[in-house]
Structure formats: structure tokens, C-alpha cells
Write a protein that binds this ligand. Structure first.
Ligand code: COA
Length: 264
């Protein structure tokens, strides 16, 4: 079977080395029901093993939303057991995205709320349109974020800002999100995709093994004591020294030409 097929709520296509993933249920602002979350996982699992994929851009279908959260119709049916299972499954899938070995950029084109904000937090880089609004409104429903949001928000923003956002449930605009580091950059809506593509292409031109090691070093290092993080860094650094790409990168510099990395 061809990859990226049999999908109902997610669109996926590869163009020029970029896997474009669009969560596409615009009638409900791309809310994440169980099926959609599984389709996201399927696309990322296939993309990880697809040599044609060098980077991912993740966005929401329609004009209004990136993703407006978990599907509240489904959430309303959860028992303590199925609620915990749903949370654990979502956490697993978002961690899979966070550990993806190629760069994942969230193109936040509108509302990124609840599970949608958590999904953006799992991406490596977040670029927002000026009309984006972000937040974790779960407490307004009497629950808390369940897809890693309490953890990633605190790690990204620090405890104070994270607790403010999680406990007020307030939505903030793109400019405020940039100010506190929740998004990397804000651009006019019509420049969102172009900006994401430019950043993806820049990163794709770098050594792919180096990008993979950088993602691993930052992700894993943050969860370790500093000295262990440094040990991991040195080990990955040493490993890269054995790669053909490292030799090519250095040679290209000395020969004053662009490097031609092979990911080997
Ligand atoms: N789950 C299920 N359906 C959702 C949804 C969600 N998370 N978010 C939006 N929708 C649906 C709405 O029910 C509505 O459906 P309808 O047309 O059948 O009434 C449709 O999407 C459009 O949303 P609407 O509320 O009419 O748009 P709006 O522009 O007035 O408001 C929001 C936009 C994002 C502010 C509002 O939809 C909202 O607050 N959504 C819930 C956000 C949330 O709490 N997410 C966290 C879940 S844990």
C-alpha cells in the first residue's frame, strides 16, 4: 500500500522533500477525535521511514483553526479508565512527534487550543500567523491538559507562565505568545506557509544526521542533569565525527563550496 493513504481527517503529501500534514476537519475547527489522532500517528510513522521526507510542516485545514482541541463530544463520554487510556495514547503519539528524527514545524494558522496547543508544543518549531490564538482551556471544562501540555508548557515557558496559562485557561494572541516564547515567530497570515517552507529548506540543507543528533541532544538533555546532558552531547558529537556527512561538511567549507550531504 502506498504511504499516506486511507486517511479521512488528515491530508498528507510530500513535495520537494517536505511532508505537509494538514489536520482537516474544518467544520469542527479540526478538533482531534480518536480517529484523527491515530491518523496523525500513522502519517508520522510512515514519514519517519520515508527517505523522501526530510522535514515536516504541520498545519490545520480551513481558515480559522490549527486545531481547536480534543473533540469535546468524545471527551464527554470518558470514564476514569478510558480517560486515562486516551491521555496516555495522546502522550505517546505527541512524544513520537517530539522525537521525530527530522525537523517538525507547526504552521499555526488559527486557534491552537487544548490538544491543538499541546500538538504544537510537541513540534520542534512553532511559527504563528498574526491571527493565531493559543491556550489551554481545559480547566474551563473541569479537566486538565492530557497530551503532555502541563509538562511541555512548564519546560518551554517556566513554571510561572505555565501555571498562569494552564490555570486561567485564557487564550493569548500570537504577539503575546511570541513575547513569552510560546511561538518562535509571528508572520502575516499570507506569509505563514512561505516562512515555514523557508525555515524547513534551510534546515534540510544542513547535515541530516547532525539535525537528528541535535534534536536528540536537546530533547533528552533537558530531562537529565547537566553533566549527563553534556556526556550525551559529547557522545553524539563523537558519533557524527565518524560520518561521511561530517567529512563532506568540513571538506566543502575548505573547498569553498556548498556541502552535499547524503545522510550517511
Ligand atoms: N470539540 C468539538 N467540537 C468543536 C471543538 C472541540 N474542541 N471546537 C470547536 N468545535 C465545533 C463547535 O462546536 C462548532 O460546531 P457547530 O458548528 O456544530 O456548532 C464548530 O466547531 C465551530 O466552532 P464555534 O464555537 O462555532 O466557532 P467560534 O469561532 O464561535 O469559536 C472557539 C471558536 C475555538 C473559541 C470555540 O469553538 C471553542 O471554544 N472551542 C473549544 C475549545 C476548547 O475548549 N478546546 C479544548 C478541548 S480539551
Amino acid at each position: 500500500m502506498m504511504p499516506y493513504e486511507n486517511l479521512e481527517n488528515v491530508k498528507a503529501e510530500v513535495r520537494d522533500g517536505i511532508l505537509y500534514v494538514t489536520i482537516d476537519r474544518p467544520k469542527v475547527l479540526n478538533a482531534l477525535n480518536g480517529q484523527t489522532v491515530e491518523e496523525i500517528y500513522k502519517v508520522f510513522a510512515e514519514g519517519r521511514d520515508d527517505a523522501n521526507v526530510k522535514a515536516v510542516i504541520l498545519t490545520g485545514g480551513g481558515e480559522k483553526a490549527f486545531v481547536a482541541g480534543a473533540d469535546i463530544n468524545e471527551l464527554a463520554q470518558k470514564s476514569p479508565i478510558t480517560g486515562k487510556e486516551t491521555s496516555e495514547r495522546g502522550q505517546f503519539i505527541l512524544s513520537f512527534i517530539e522525537r521525530f528524527p527530522k525537523i517538525v514545524i507547526a504552521a499555526i494558522n488559527g486557534f491552537a487550543l487544548g490538544g491543538g496547543c499541546e500538538l504544537a508544543l510537541a513540534c520542534h518549531i512553532r511559527i504563528a500567523s498574526e491571527k493565531a490564538q493559543l491556550g489551554l482551556p481545559e480547566v474551563t471544562l473541569g479537566i486538565i491538559p492530557g497530551y503532555g501540555g502541563t509538562q511541555r508548557m512548564a519546560r518551554l515557558l517556566g513554571k510561572g507562565k505555565a501555571l498562569e496559562l494552564v490555570c486561567t485557561g485564557d487564550r493569548i494572541g500570537a504577539a503575546d505568545a511570541e513575547k513569552i516564547g510560546l511561538v518562535n515567530r509571528v508572520v502575516p497570515a499570507d506569509q505563514l506557509m512561505g516562512t515555514c517552507e523557508e525555515m524547513a529548506k534551510k534546515i534540510m540543507s544542513r547535515g541530516p544526521l547532525a539535525i537528528r543528533a541535535a534534536i536528540e541532544a536537546v530533547n533528552n538533555g533537558l530531562e537529565m542533569p547537566f553533566e549527563e546532558g553534556q556526556f550525551l552531547e559529547a557522545t553524539l558529537f563523537g558519533l557524527l565525527c565518524a560520518s561521511e556527512d561530517t567529512k563532506e561538511g568540513m571538506r566543502a567549507f575548505l573547498e569553498k563550496r556548498a556541502a552535499n550531504f547524503q545522510g550517511k
